[in-house]
Ligand binder design. Structure first.
Ligand SMILES: [Zn+2]
Length: 335
């Protein structure tokens, strides 16, 4: 090989390497923005309502403890921060008060936090402001005591049915009342109606209809994916980024049995699990919100409606699940 050939080959190699490097850079530039917006950049706080159990009226204290144990073990093992919201009326069943309070106390023993969801799940859209305020105060009794035993203080409130009032004056008066009692309102942004699945699931579980159970779980996770697809894009269009989201789910057997799969789904979408306090630090939660309406809804809807851009073409909830829920002896109400 002559010196000229060697030089030529060396030059060729350099040019080839440079070309590959250049292509590599182009490739990186092409994929970087997607990466920067996706995995590990999303945050979500998990909140679980209607404790000690959404279906507490038709459960024994022992069953509530069993369900709570299963749910909390998964959450603790996976180090997921959670705030649970309590309806204390569910504690009072003759001969079972101790078990029911024990189930509630387990949330704190496992390292989670509890907030107030009113005493008997009262809607601000249906009862008067005074009665509703009494519901808030009455909902503090046992939970505050349990929190104090764990050196904690009640600090979060979640509106039952997400009903924040039918007129702005009532809404603002209720908010001022909550602030005065030391509460921070816990909004929600993501909601895949697990309560609608849960009644049908618990009925199938009771009858050991495992085929239907699996169908419901598959449908629930698919619908959850659709809700996240929709509201992630909706967030970006509305405010230019995806805020730290807050997910609403409920204390039921569907979640106790399958929350691991739900967490996997969120993890695959690039979510990190953050505390409610961390999520509420996102500037989104300080945006103007003048929503009033008959129906409680996501705070993403609140912000969009306030700006005059109500959500359109939202994912359609599977009708067959609604039909099965309506055929149950105890029909579900939106919690
Ligand atoms: Zn509720």
């Amino acid at each position: 090989m002559s010196g000229l050939q060697t030089n030529y080959r060396a030059g060729f190699m350099r040019r080839t390497l440079a070309k590959y490097f250049f292509i590599e850079m182009l490739f990186l530039i092409a994929i970087l923005p997607a990466n920067a917006q996706n995995p590990a950049q999303r945050g979500i706080a998990i909140t679980i309502d209607d404790l000690p159990a959404a279906g507490a009226n038709s459960m024994t204290g022992a069953e509530i403890i069993e369900m709570t144990t299963k749910l909390l073990r998964t959450l603790r093992d996976r180090k997921i921060p959670v705030v649970g919201f309590v309806n204390e009326r569910k504690l009072y069943k003759f001969g079972e008060v101790d078990d029911r309070i024990k189930a509630l106390s387990m949330w704190l023993d496992y390292g989670f936090e509890l907030g107030n969801h009113t005493y008997s799940h009262a809607s601000l859209n249906r009862v008067g402001l005074k009665e509703w305020e009494e519901e808030v105060v009455r909902g503090e009794t046992v939970t505050s005591m349990l929190l104090a035993q764990h050196n904690m203080k009640m600090r979060y409130f979640r509106h039952p049915y997400l009903d924040t009032g039918r007129d702005l004056q009532t809404r603002r008066q209720a908010e001022a009342f909550l602030v005065e009692r030391g509460y921070r309102i816990a909004p929600i942004t993501m909601d895949a109606w697990d309560w609608m699945y849960a009644g049908v699931y618990e009925d199938a579980r009771h009858r050991a209809d495992t085929a239907l159970e699996q169908q419901l779980v598959t449908s629930y996770l698919t619908y959850t994916g659709q809700v996240f697809d929709y509201y992630e894009k909706f967030s970006k269009n509305l405010m230019g980024y995806e805020p730290k989201q807050i997910l609403l789910i409920h204390g039921n057997w569907l979640e106790a049995d399958h929350i691991g799969e739900l967490l996997d789904l969120l993890h695959r979408r690039g979510y990190e699990f953050v505390t409610l306090q961390d999520a509420l630090g996102d500037p989104a939660y300080s945006m103007p919100d003048e929503y009033v309406g008959e129906e409680g809804t996501s705070w993403l809807d609140h912000w969009a409606i306030t700006r005059g851009h109500p959500p359109q073409n939202t994912p359609v909830f599977p009708q067959w699940v609604i039909d099965k829920a309506n055929a149950l002896p105890h029909q579900p109400t939106q919690p």
